[in-house]
Design a protein around this ligand. Structure first.
Ligand SMILES: *[C@@H]1O[C@H](CO)[C@@H](O)[C@H](O)[C@H]1NC(C)=O
Ligand SMILES: *[C@@H]1O[C@H](CO)[C@@H](O)[C@H](O)[C@H]1NC(C)=O
Ligand SMILES: *[C@@H]1O[C@H](CO)[C@@H](O)[C@H](O)[C@H]1NC(C)=O
Ligand SMILES: *[C@@H]1O[C@H](CO)[C@@H](O)[C@H](O)[C@H]1NC(C)=O
Length: 450
């Protein structure tokens, strides 16, 4: 009995802590899609959450100076939605009342874990999410010290825009707090306004054609449904049922997803490698990841043209600002909109990245090509963790030489279809996107044609 107790405690201990005394990371943590932790895409942050590597930015000459920055940022770590929480509760009941297997980790769920998620948590930002944005603000100010500076903030040259959703507004407040706390700006001085703008940050709700043809249309995501009914997913569900010792019929796709989310949320919110993670091996996690990528592909990505076109206003908003900054620079004036910080959703970022051609694979993602898509670049686990961010930085390299640097999650990326140099002349980038710059009209794209 004593030995049993000891083993039990020891295995629990092993779940939470690795040999260096740090929280252990679930083996499947890199497959959590949009439920992934930001640290998984930038692992150096696990050591030091405020670390920046300025040498990733390599301007063509030493005289290059950053003159404008637009940052489009996803909100930080959040609670599950009410719908997910209902499914988690169902799965928990199955583990409590129907599971027959006797694994240690299963007993751990049955005797020690409690269902602490409640439906009123509905997608709100958690403390870790506030920290995500605070830390990001500090890192960006270290990466671009002449743009995200106390002086620019105090003189109103940093503009803040957010989606109206509570988790986004709270993320925005945390981002600003990250700046004001680091510069010890206190009291009424601290009130730097932000604008709420859903036309920009939640454009997907306002694009009628997207809503009718994709969002409310089950056939628009039929590949996702087919994959959920397919052999790869069935195998994952069976393996989960085997691990629990329950009939196969009990574990539906939605419950498999709930199990995956439980592991993901316990880790993202509480930094726990919870016993729920034992329901999956890495192969299973890759299948779960694909199902979710498939959904994003058809609902927000390349699957339907209107998905990306719904972001036309956001695209013009940021390119207009770049143009204005470039114009002011050419006229020898001060750049009036030095920095714009915009907080939105994964659903805000993905259509924009798609519109600009990022992460486009040769082949369409479908229900039948899971195996050949192993090396796809369209991977939301890499692109869209909590606090994901897309930055465009305009540099002035003297003598009218303006350069544009895109970064995703603080790492330089290259504009698709252009040379591998990441800091290209601004005019070349404008040329690359000429069609979009001259067209991409939200009203036209989003109206329903008869
Ligand atoms: C910083 O980035 C450079 C260029 O990408 C890389 O060579 C270097 O190893 C990085 N340094 C650290 C400490 O990560
Ligand atoms: C699961 O357990 C519940 C509660 O004991 C019971 O009502 C239900 O029939 C069980 N389901 C299966 C498939 O065993
Ligand atoms: C729903 O999606 C399918 C597949 O993309 C499309 O053929 C159909 O026209 C759409 N239905 C509506 C009402 O837009
Ligand atoms: C995609 O297609 C292009 C042109 O056919 C080819 O050169 C390239 O290697 C392909 N990429 C992958 C990853 O298959």
């Amino acid at each position: 009995m004593l030995i049993f107790l000891f083993l039990f405690l020891f295995s629990t201990f092993l779940h939470c802590v690795n040999t260096e005394g740090k929280t252990s990371v679930p083996a499947i943590a890199k497959y959590f899609n949009t439920k992934g932790r930001y640290e998984e895409v930038n692992p150096y942050l696990i050591e030091d959450i405020l670390a920046v590597n300025t040498s990733v930015l390599q301007p063509p000459s030493a005289q290059c100076r950053e003159i404008h920055l637009t940052a489009i940022i996803r909100h930080g770590t959040r609670y599950p939605t009410a719908k997910n929480i209902k499914e988690m509760q169902q799965l928990y009941n199955i583990v409590l009342y129907n599971a027959t297997d006797k694994h240690m980790w299963l007993q751990e769920i049955q005797t020690q874990w409690t269902m602490w998620y409640t439906e009123d948590m509905d997608g709100r930002l958690v403390q870790k999410g506030r920290d995500d944005l605070k830390h990001l603000a500090v890192r960006l100010s270290k990466l671009f010290p002449s743009l995200i500076s106390e002086e620019k903030l105090r003189s109103g040259l940093i503009k803040f825009i957010t989606s109206s959703k509570h988790r986004c507004v709270d993320s925005m407040l945390s981002f600003k707090a990250g700046l004001t706390e680091q510069w010890a700006i206190k009291g009424t001085d601290q009130e730097f306004d932000h604008a709420v703008n859903d036309a920009l940050m939640r454009f997907f709700d306002l694009c009628t054609r997207f809503v009718e043809e994709v969002d409310k249309n089950a056939s628009a995501v039929e590949e996702v449904e087919k994959f959920k009914q397919g052999p790869e997913m069935r195998r994952v569900q069976q393996k989960i049922a085997d691990r629990l010792g329950v009939p196969y019929s009990l574990i539906t796709h939605d419950l498999a997803e709930a199990a995956f989310y439980l592991c993901a949320y316990e880790f993202a919110i509480k930094e726990l490698n919870s016993p729920w993670c034992q329901l999956f091996d890495e192969d299973d996690a890759k299948v779960m990841e694909y199902a979710s990528d498939l959904r994003e592909f058809w609902k927000r990505g390349y699957g339907h043209d209107i998905n990306s076109k719904s972001s036309c206003n956001l695209f013009h908003d940021l390119t207009d600002r770049l143009d204005k900054a470039a114009r002011e620079k050419k006229l020898g004036q001060q750049v009036t909109e030095a920095v714009t910080i915009q907080v939105g959703h994964a659903d805000t970022l993905l259509p924009l990245l798609t519109l600009m051609g990022f992460f486009k694979d040769n082949d369409t993602l479908t229900s039948t090509n899971y195996a050949t898509q192993t090396h796809r670049t369209f991977r939301t686990s890499h692109m869209l963790p909590y606090a994901a961010n897309f930055l465009l930085v305009l540099y002035d390299c003297g003598n009218g030489d303006l350069r544009l640097q895109p970064l995703l999650n603080e790492k330089p990326v290259t504009f698709p279809g252009l040379s591998e140099i990441s800091m290209l002349p601004y005019q070349e980038v404008r040329e690359r996107y000429r069609e979009l710059l001259q067209g991409c009209d939200f009203e036209t794209e989003c109206q329903i044609m008869d």
